[in-house]
Design a protein around this ligand. Structure first.
Ligand code: SDX
Length: 426
């Protein structure tokens, strides 16, 4: 608690609120007792609202800082792999070598899904959007684990977390295989997390599949860069769903649904579509003008962020990966030329500087995924795969906190005042 307090005077009422300070970042005004004097706060979009206490991730939007359990995203992307990041997000600290190998073994041995899950896919049209299939199959997972759904039991919560981290790559690859009409590929325990995913995505029974180490490294780094991001829309969705006591698979399915929106996780897919629509470097000025035009709903997808107001540290790392993969694969991707020129223009244009619009993580991840050969409609599934550990870690943290309550916001009612109902002639 801070020494500071916040005083509010309304009419003849005066109320003093405690101010709470965290390890870093904005202090918060604890307004929980505001209801007692007959008022609510009003903050659509939660622009200035802290919804919870958390020890998992810290973001400083002004300085472009992102920490997971205190470790910077730049160091984690360079020196750790995704499973190390999963361990620290879920369990609170970086693993020792022994803890890491035990965790890796547990996750590896949970990668298969129940064989009956295959049937769920055959209920979808072949051309279903992969996110529609992922939403359905993740939620359906709960029907296979009846005995392990006591959300008040920490061991069962952690086992659900292990299952979800392990099975998401399998389900995401199955969505892709179902779309392209290839047979599902089983997980392989001899491969790394990223290599196993790539193998389930792209190997076919007819021939061996070669996994480029640069692509494997880029895939693992994409997972790390998307693993968690504080109380973003989909994580807040998972927390709200979990606050009612819903099972973890249902909560993660809710997170998948929320992430699908183009303003959130759907931005990388929307960004590639935007680059394809722009088509060539000479068309960029036209689209920059559209982005500036208040009357034009067009937005530069992959630009801007609610929290980061000068740069997204993940985009900086992602940009390096982007160039590494493209030079390794010798991909001459004309969309990258458009993307680089769009980045150059946007960053030098006073409008975007003034509006704090710069490339976010989705801007570059879309290009890397495209270079790896992942179709655009799979991009958000990859984001959901990576973010599952963040979602389930926040869910586990919330369920572990004493006095956890169901989330139930109020509103400003602007509808009709009470009026008599006149029955209609029937
Ligand atoms: C993710 O929250 C997270 O942490 C999310 C995420 C995560 O890891 O979970 O980081 C992942 O979702 C990244 C963001 C991906 N979304 C996009 O790239 C979609 C394009 N970006 C925008 O829709 C927008 O920037 C948001 C949604 C990201 C942020 O929106 P805000 O904070 O609500 O800001 P806003 O919409 O009120 O925009 C502020 C101003 C507006 O102009 P004014 O009304 O003030 O004149 O900036 C303009 C907007 O018109 N603006 C843009 C723009 N984004 C905002 N103009 C052109 N192109 C854009 N991309």
């Amino acid at each position: 608690m801070s020494e500071e307090t916040a005083k509010l005077s309304i009419g003849d009422k005066e109320i003093e609120f405690p101010v709470m300070e965290g390890t870093a970042g904005h202090p918060v005004i604890d307004v929980r007792k505001l209801g007692s004097i007959g008022y609510f706060t009003f903050d659509p979009g939660f622009m200035a609202t802290g919804s919870c206490e958390s020890e998992i991730t810290f973001i400083d939007g002004a300085k472009g800082i992102l920490l997971h359990r205190g470790f910077s995203i730049e160091e984690l992307a360079r020196d750790a792999d995704y499973l190390e990041v999963c361990y620290m997000l879920l369990h609170g600290d970086a693993p020792s070598s022994e803890e890491y190998s035990e965790f890796k073994d547990i996750v590896t041995r949970h990668t298969m899904v129940h064989e009956q899950i295959n049937m769920f896919f055959h209920g979808f049209r072949n051309d279903s959007h992969p996110m529609a299939m992922l939403c359905g199959t993740v939620g359906a997972l709960s029907s296979f684990y009846h005995s392990d759904l006591d959300v008040s039991n920490p061991e069962q919560r952690v086992r659900s977390a292990h299952r979800l981290i392990a099975k998401m790559p399998t389900l995401v690859a199955m969505c892709y295989k179902y779309n392209v009409g290839h047979p599902f590929v089983y997980p392989r325990n001899d491969l790394s997390y990223a290599a196993n995913f790539l193998n389930m995505m792209f190997s076919v029974p007819a021939e061996d599949y070669y996994i480029s180490p640069a692509v494997e490294r880029a895939m693992d780094r994409i997972f790390t860069l998307h693993a968690d991001h504080e109380q973003n829309a989909s994580t807040s969705t998972v927390r709200l769903a979990g606050s009612s006591g819903a099972n973890p698979y249902a909560c993660i399915a809710a997170g998948v649904a929320s992430l699908w929106g183009p303003a959130h996780g759907g931005a990388n897919e929307a960004c590639l579509k935007m680059l394809e629509e722009i088509g060539s470097v000479d068309q960029i000025p036209k689209y920059i003008a559209k982005a500036k035009d208040k009357n034009d709903p067009f937005r530069l997808m992959g630009f801007g962020h609610r929290v980061y107001k000068n740069h997204d540290p993940r985009a900086t790392v992602m940009r390096e990966s982007c160039h590494e993969v493209l030079s390794e694969l010798k991909v001459d991707n004309p969309l990258l030329d458009v993307a680089m020129e769009l980045e150059r223009i946007a960053l030098s244009d006073p409008y975007f500087a003034e509006k704090k619009l710069f490339p976010n993580v989705d801007f570059y991840s879309g290009i890397v995924l495209s270079a790896i050969g992942i179709p655009t409609n799979m991009f958000t599934c990859i984001f959901a795969l990576a973010r599952t550990v963040g979602w389930i870690s926040h869910w586990h943290e919330m369920m572990s906190q004493p006095g956890q309550k169901i989330g139930r916001p109020r509103q400003l009612y602007t509808g009709e005042a009470k009026r008599a109902y006149v029955p209609i002639e029937k």
